[in-house]
Design a protein around this ligand. Structure first.
Ligand SMILES: [Zn+2]
Length: 198
């Protein structure tokens, strides 16, 4: 781990102290078995229909982990989720992420960073101590903050870091599980600015 990575890790350390095992604690897994979905919408039996990820998706996971300073193993699969979702270790797998290929393709049409920022959000669910945020909205904002930090570290612009939220999804005022668009954008921006200024 480089000094720069260590510094980033320290800065977001309030969100992070243990890894995927913590995600198995009761209360941190949604009814569908996932830790989160990127936004509203329920997956349809996604774990029975996992497919190989694209090379770009694998590289995104590796790059985000490197820039955040982690070597925790997180797998990624394509599957029939609404958009993207994080799952705790199960069935002999490490903690993993499932993405909807059509959703990610739409994000790639926006710009090169939009899909990466969504994958970084899902990684954020694995790295944050979700059990320390019993409120679902807080868990989502913690994952958004980790995504914003990763985008800053990786060299994205602030516009890139928020493109998926502003241009890839309909603007909304929130749901029982997810904060509204403006609150999520604010979380991304705050973390982006903090991590960029280090
Ligand atoms: Zn989420």
């Amino acid at each position: 781990m480089s000094d720069k990575q260590r510094k980033c890790l320290t800065k977001i350390g309030w969100q992070v102290s243990v890894f995927c095992a913590s995600l198995l604690l009761s209360g941190s897994v949604l009814a569908d078995g996932s830790l989160c979905v990127f936004t509203r919408g329920q997956p349809q039996n996604p774990l029975a229909n996992l497919e190989a990820p694209t090379a770009a998706a694998i590289k995104d996971v590796a790059d985000v982990m490197t820039y955040l300073g982690y070597d925790t193993r997180i797998q990624i699969f394509a599957g029939p989720v609404a958009n993207a979702a994080a799952y705790p270790p199960q069935g002999g797998r490490d903690g993993f992420i499932v993405y909807n290929p059509d959703f990610l393709t739409r994000l790639f049409d926006i710009n090169d960073w939009a899909a990466t920022s969504v994958i970084a959000h899902e990684i954020g669910h694995h790295l944050a101590i979700d059990a320390n945020h019993p409120n679902s909205h807080r868990r989502e904002l913690a994952a958004d903050e980790i995504s914003g930090c990763a985008m800053a570290r990786m060299g994205a612009t602030l516009e890139d870091a928020t493109a998926a939220m502003l241009r890839g999804l309909p603007t909304n005022s929130g749901s029982p599980t997810h904060p509204g668009t403006s609150e999520r954008i604010n979380a991304i921006e705050t973390a982006y600015n903090r991590c960029q200024s280090e």
